[in-house]
Design a protein around this ligand. Structure first.
Ligand code: NDP
Length: 885
């Protein structure tokens, strides 16, 4: 107590005293080597210096890889896969992963220091988030290694082989764990490349892996810049590619891997909306906003970088937010009190500066935290922009720094529209007291993770990953595991080459035949030109005899058909009058001709192109003209599918099941008609095969029954509660991807088509499918069944014509979310996959021959499901965004 009259001040300064962690704990060495084939080796690239972004001083030299080193690492991984890893039991694999999990935990403090020195993130985040979560990922996946057959992906999940993985600099060790742990648990071996600016923690992990006695070559770590990443993901010895980084590089990778048949997962950028309703607990919401954007300096793909505040509380929220942000301590990342550390590199700092300058230039109002900024090191003070409109770059582009853009909304619908108005779809946040609104918003967000009354929570049990251009595939949880497993059970043979099966084997009709079978108006009357075209095109290809034989057979049958049609003088008539028999025509009763049209939006329009092409039956006789769909028809079909998506995906699972079951019933009722139709057209051998026709019709009916029964099981089998750490309730639920464009197999014209359509629509997707080019009549007849069933118009849209002409428009269409390329020839598949990369579409492109007579697996369904993970605190919401209990 101060004595009366004393001059001693009663003012106490409550500033934090510095509390630096000791850099010595990191045991940083002068130089680090790569880890290949179980040994620490020098790469043949130049050494690079890794910089401490908090001081701009060099930390250590790191040896880097050359292209030849990439070859060596892939060879080591392949040898390890063949000789050891694929031969040991899951239980044994699991024990290695447990060892690594324990090793990380044992060296946690050292790893935290290394991470902070190399990356610039605050030590409290490395210590409390990155390192424990990395260990937890190994622990979680260790437990899967001997239980893969119980993961719900079918009875015999198999490893893919060698995984090539590229990770970024924002969570170096954690991203390594996210990638390596599931790969190893599933039985794969790994070659992984960290970012050039943050190689150290993964090289310490290499020591832990070596200490765990992991067989040599199971994990290989190569260092270097983007060119080494590119060499790795494009290496022909890689079976599976996993990438986390920018959307731009993700698109390049998807495009360069087009046609290779390699499984890819991409975890890319984001521009998440963090939505604050007027009934939200404002103080807690402010904590959530701060955590959402200033955690890890905003170097977080799922950062809540767009704040959407309900207009009535916007002023209050922004005022409280600024007051709170002003208290964040920016500075030495090694200080245990630091909230905002250093930007990882000078390059990233320049990016942040350039984007925030654009915010000024476009008229937004910048507010900068008054915190002191160190003279040395790469630092950027927490920044909040108001007066932001949706068109500004700071509202659209990923800044990847401590910069928040504030927008407002009036109604929940407006909030949804603004939140979803981005090419990205990684995460979202919702703050409100209303439970029903939370669940409604969670469902309306096109985002892979939705945090409600919390933000930036992660757990190995909870799937993480994006919608739209935020990438595809998941990491964590069961969904993440599936990315490293081959679970396609319906295929019978391996691809004969890396580029996939030959066109003839896959489709029964070659590219050459596909492209040479042109529209009737462009064909001369004799059909010779067509045959010449087919032969000429075929001669150019390097395909096998089988392909040529198939090509010529098709050309021959078409020529005969045209000759026959010419004889009766009807082929050039686009009305498609049937000519059942040349000798009886015009003497017997003329039947009512049937025009085979397209099926779009529940209606049967003619092709906008006004073109048709002739279809022959098994005897080679002209059967009918089929519509040749055009680009405009493709666009109409996509817009019909988009329109139908909301209703179909929003229908109850029971309802969808009833509708699909009803289609099966109706097909059963028209069994005889389909038997007749399939029996009369050319089968894969070109001869009438009634037994095969009966098998295909019956299996088609059964397939519809099978998938009707899936509608109300999908959520339970592929979703569920995630037992996350902490006071949260978290669940993952599958959602349909959206509009799927598909090419039906060019064989099994009914069964193949049904086998493609049914698994796609069962989960609520809508589809635009291009029917078998040579035998489209069963498809249009199926459309008649669909049109008279309870299926809403637009859920299934069927186009006939040349896939090579129509499919590129679908693959490039901005409103198509995914592609099923089952029926695409090898060359078309490559072209379409490349086009799909433009908007990061999900692609299902099997390179093996499907056998639709087999029991269908779940892979086709799962290929068109997104996994959405939702989090909510349990109990009252605390200031930290968690539970108050
Ligand atoms: P990149 O996508 O370039 O880097 C991510 C990883 O990919 C790094 O290991 C990088 O190597 C490697 N890489 C670069 N080019 C290729 C390529 N052609 N083929 C294969 N691998 C490649 O991200 P940046 O580091 O350049 O960051 C740029 C922006 O990307 C950031 O501002 C941010 O917006 C976003 N980003 C998003 C991340 C996310 O988690 N979603 C993570 C990181 C960045 P190296 O770094 O050695 O060149």
């Amino acid at each position: 107590m101060t004595p009366p009259g004393s001059s001693i001040s009663t003012h106490l300064d409550w500033d934090y005293a510095p509390a630096p962690e000791s850099a010595a704990i990191g045991r940083i060495r002068d130089r680090y080597q790569m880890y290949v084939g179980g040994r620490f080796v020098d790469g043949r690239g130049d050494d690079v210096k890794t910089i401490n972004p908090g001081t701009e001083e060099a930390l250590a030299s790191v040896s880097t890889a050359s292209i030849a080193d990439v070859d060596d690492a892939v060879a080591a991984a392949r040898a390890a896969y063949d000789q050891t890893w694929s031969r040991i039991s899951g239980a044994e694999r699991g024990k290695y992963l447990y060892r690594i999990a324990r090793g990380i935990a044992e060296r946690a403090r050292e790893l935290a220091v290394v991470e902070t020195l190399d990356n610039g993130k605050p030590i409290k985040e490395s210590r409390d988030v990155d390192i424990p979560t990395a260990s937890a990922h190994f622990f979680y996946h260790a437990g899967w290694a001997d239980k893969l057959q119980h993961a719900g992906f079918g009875p015999s999940p198999r490893a893919l082989g060698v995984a090539g993985q590229v990770i970024p600099w924002n969570f170096p060790l954690l991203m390594a764990a996210w990638k390596i742990a599931p790969a190893l648990a599933a039985g794969n071996t790994v070659v992984i490349k960290p970012a050039e600016t943050t190689p150290l923690s993964i090289l310490v992990l290499a020591e832990i892996i070596a200490d765990a006695d992991l067989p040599p070559g199971v994990v290989n770590i190569i260092t270097g810049a983007g060119d080494i990443g590119a060499a790795l993901v494009n290496h022909p010895g890689i079976d599976k590619v996993a990438f986390t980084g920018s959307t731009e590089v993700g698109k390049q990778i998807q495009s360069s891997l087009a046609g290779t048949g390699r499984k890819i997962t991409l975890e890319l950028g984001g521009k998440a909306a963090n939505i604050i309703f007027d009934d939200a607990p404002v103080d807690q919401a402010v904590e959530g906003i701060v955590n959402g954007i200033f955690f890890n300096q905003g170097h977080v793909c799922c950062a809540g970088s767009r704040l959407l505040v309900q207009e009535s509380v916007a002023d209050e929220v922004v005022e409280k937010l600024r007051a709170r942000v002003a208290t964040l301590r920016l500075g030495d990342p090694m200080d245990k009190n630091t909230d905002v550390g250093a930007i990882n590199s000078a390059t990233q700092l320049a990016t942040i500066r350039s984007l925030t300058d654009a915010g000024d230039a476009e008229g937004a109002s910048r507010w900068t935290s008054p915190c002191p900024v160190p003279d040395r090191g790469f630092f950027f003070p927490p920044t909040v922009f108001t007066d932001v409109s949706q068109s500004m770059r700071i509202a659209r582009e990923e800044i990847f720094g401590p910069v928040l853009s504030v927008l407002t909304f009036r109604t929940p619908d407006e909030a949804v529209a603004k939140a979803n108005n981005t090419p990205y779809g990684l995460s979202a946040g919702v703050w409100t007291e209303k439970g029903s609104r939370i669940l409604g918003m969670a469902s309306a967000m096109r985002a892979g993770v939705v945090w409600a009354n919390t933000f930036n929570r992660f757990d190995p049990t909870a799937a993480f990953g994006g919608y739209k251009e935020s990438g595809f595939g998941r990491e964590g949880g069961r969904a993440g595991l599936s990315a490293y497993l081959d679970t396609d059970d319906e295929f019978v043979s391996e691809s004969p080459s890396a580029s996939g099966i030959s066109d003839a084997a896959n489709s029964g009709i070659s590219d050459a035949a596909n492209s040479a079978v042109t529209d009737s108006s462009a064909t001369d009357s004799s059909g010779d030109r067509r045959a010449r075209q087919v032969r000429g095109a075929s001669a150019d290809t390097a395909s096998a005899d089988a392909e040529e034989a198939a090509t010529l057979a098709v050309a021959e049958r078409l020529s005969e058909a045209e000759a026959l049609a010419d004889a009766v003088g009807v082929i050039a008539d686009p009305s498609g009058i049937e000519t059942p028999d040349a000798t009886t025509v015009r003497t017997a009763r003329i039947g009512v001709a049937k025009t085979y049209k397209l099926y779009i939006g529940g209606a049967f329009p003619r092709s906008e192109s006004g073109r048709t092409y002739p279809v022959v039956d098994s005897s080679g006789a002209f059967a009918a003209n089929a519509a040749q769909a055009s680009r405009k028809d493709a666009r109409d079909a996509v817009s019909a599918a988009r329109k139908a998506f909301r209703g179909w995906s929003g229908a109850t699972a029971y309802n969808r099941g009833q509708v699909i079951y009803r289609i099966a019933e109706m097909l059963e009722g028209r069994r005889a008609q389909f038997l007749d139709l399939l029996g009369s057209i050319a089968g894969d051998t070109g001869v009438r095969d009634t037994a095969a026709a009966a098998r295909d019709v019956d299996l088609s009916i059964d397939r519809l029954v099978h998938f009707a029964g899936w509608t109300d099981k999908i959520a339970a089998v592929f979703g569920g509660a995630n037992p996350v750490a902490g006071p949260y309730f978290s669940f993952s639920t599958p959602e349909p991807t959206g509009v799927v464009a598909a090419i039906a197999p060019q064989a099994n014209p009914l069964l193949g088509l049904v086998s493609v359509i049914a698994p796609i629509i069962t989960s609520g997707n809508t589809i635009v499918v291009i029917a078998d080019r040579s035998q489209p009549l069963p498809a249009i007849t199926l459309a008649e069944v669909l049109a008279t069933s309870d299926l809403p118009g637009g859920v299934v849209n069927i186009l006939t014509g040349d896939p090579a002409e129509i499919a590129p428009h679908l693959a490039a269409h901005g409103d198509v979310n995914a592609l099923d390329l089952t029926g695409a020839s090898a060359s078309l598949r490559t072209e379409l996959e490349r086009a799909a990369a433009g908007t990061v579409k999900r692609v299902y492109a099997p390179t093996r021959v499907p056998d639709f007579t087999r029991e269908p697996g779940t892979a086709r369904m799962r290929a068109f499901l997104e996994t959405k993970t939702v989090w909510h605190p349990t109990g009252a919401v605390s200031l930290a965004g968690g539970s108050g209990y």
